[in-house]
Design a protein around this ligand. Structure first.
Ligand code: PLP
Length: 405
């Protein structure tokens, strides 16, 4: 993989490459930068072919609809969905979980049912369940995990026996980069009749996603974490469930008629009322093409080698605590701390050298508390990162230790 060529496609890096201190962006678990072709796809749509989709019968609107629907098909193929109608566009992972939750409970949950989540849950895959559980008189339980959050399958099996309607877990966690055994989790849940939602926000850029192999019932991800635009996400749901679920959003575009009585469209359209983020969808299509052109084999192997290198270099340092589960593979995320220095101080220090690293609880506070932590530093890598950048990080972490000693 020619990293220099890849970096060249990202304006943010070429703009910064001539500066005395180039940008070192290691917060890819939070969001990824955009290649020029994604930016162009969005601006071209606004500049030259803009019209609303699914409504107008004139040429411009028909063409916009055709392109929008072509990306729905592309997304379905990208995650290996059986059917294009299983793809609902949302505004992101958080929005997808919120929309799915309300509709799911109305369709499938009864008072006294149980929802199982992970102790590693991102707040977006936690708060919604807590809120709606109260409203629908359901229980939310945490599945016990091994160190750094790998789900304990035996415990899951036991818990599932107790009126479990849904298991909602992350394919890979954002706090520690732990990858969950998704297929096994789904199998166990299905044996008890529970459905499974996979939060693939972190997984989606790391390796290929195959919803048929996983056999999950629902899956969500955000476009902005796969080099696409903000404000757009995908909710995958098996047709048999999406068809039974009431519309996730109510309004124009989601109905065939309202007089003499309301008749909703088929899914996914009944779930997508309102004018969608059309430009975003086109940007996502371009981002997925960008990924496909490089190929996951290269992307995953590059991510693995950066992670291994970062871990080796961090382990060679004195005064570093690394918070990572011992099983591989893991997402290209390293959570760590410098003994005696607050992560926020280190992040502020690194920022002076244009090194972008996340510090805090990473919107997964229960995950950190489970490990006895309040905050960590988190470096997360993707296809445009290099070993040289990791060397720079290590160099500045060492000077940070001196500075704060
Ligand atoms: C595992 C996980 N779930 C959900 C989210 C929320 O994603 P978004 O803010 O794009 O809705 C994130 C974001 O970091 C995440 O890492």
């Amino acid at each position: 993989m020619d990293i220099e060529k890849i970096r060249y496609e990202f304006p943010i890096f070429s703009k910064n490459s001539l500066k005395e201190t180039p940008l070192i962006y290691l917060d890819n678990a939070s969001t990824t930068h955009k290649p020029q072709r994604v930016i162009d796809a969005i601006t071209d749509f606004y500049s030259f072919s803009y019209a609303n989709v699914g409504r107008g019968s004139y040429g411009l609107a028909q063409e916009a609809t055709k392109r929008y629907e072509a990306i729905r098909l592309q997304v379905s193929k990208f995650i290996k969905a059986k059917n294009v109608n299983e793809i609902v566009f949302t505004s992101g992972t958080t929005d997808g979980i919120n929309k799915m939750a309300q509709s799911f409970f109305q369709a499938f949950a009864k008072a006294g049912d149980q929802i199982l989540i992970s102790s590693q849950a991102h707040h977006s895959n936690l708060l919604v369940w807590e809120q709606w559980a109260t409203a629908y008189q359901l229980k939310v339980k945490e599945i016990p995990t091994h160190s750094m959050g790998q789900i304990d399958l035996k415990a899951l099996s036991q818990l599932c026996k107790n009126k479990t309607v849904l298991v909602a877990i992350e394919a890979g966690t954002n706090a520690f980069g732990t990858i969950q055994p998704v297929s096994e989790i789904v199998k166990i849940a299905h044996e008890s009749g529970a459905k499974v939602l996979i939060d693939a926000a972190q997984w989606i850029t790391y390796a290929p996603t195959d919803v048929e192999i996983w056999d999950c019932d629902f899956l969500v991800f955000s476009a902005h974490k796969v080099f696409g635009p903000t404000g757009l996400g995908v909710l995958y749901g098996k047709s048999e469930w999406l068809d039974k679920m009431p519309p996730m959003t109510l309004g124009g575009g989601g109905v065939l008629r309202t007089v003499p009585q309301t008749v909703f469209k088929e899914s996914p359209y009944k779930h997508e009322a309102g004018t969608p983020h059309m430009a975003g969808v086109l940007g996502l299509g371009e981002a997925l093409d960008f990924i496909t052109d490089i190929g996951f084999e290269q992307i995953t192997s590059h991510a693995n080698s950066l992670l291994a290198y970062a871990l080796k270099e961090l382990r060679n340092m004195e005064g570093v605590e690394i918070y990572q589960h011992l099983h591989s593979p893991a997402l290209p995320i390293v959570s760590f701390g410098l003994s005696g220095i607050h992560p926020h101080d280190v992040a502020a220090y690194l920022n002076e050298s244009q090194i972008c690293l996340r510090a805090g609880h990473h919107c997964a506070q229960p995950a950190l508390v489970t490990e006895g932590l309040k905050a960590t530093l988190r470096a997360s890598f993707t296809l445009y990162n290099t070993k040289d950048e990791i060397d720079e990080l290590i160099k500045h972490l060492k000077t940070a230790q001196k500075f704060f000693s």
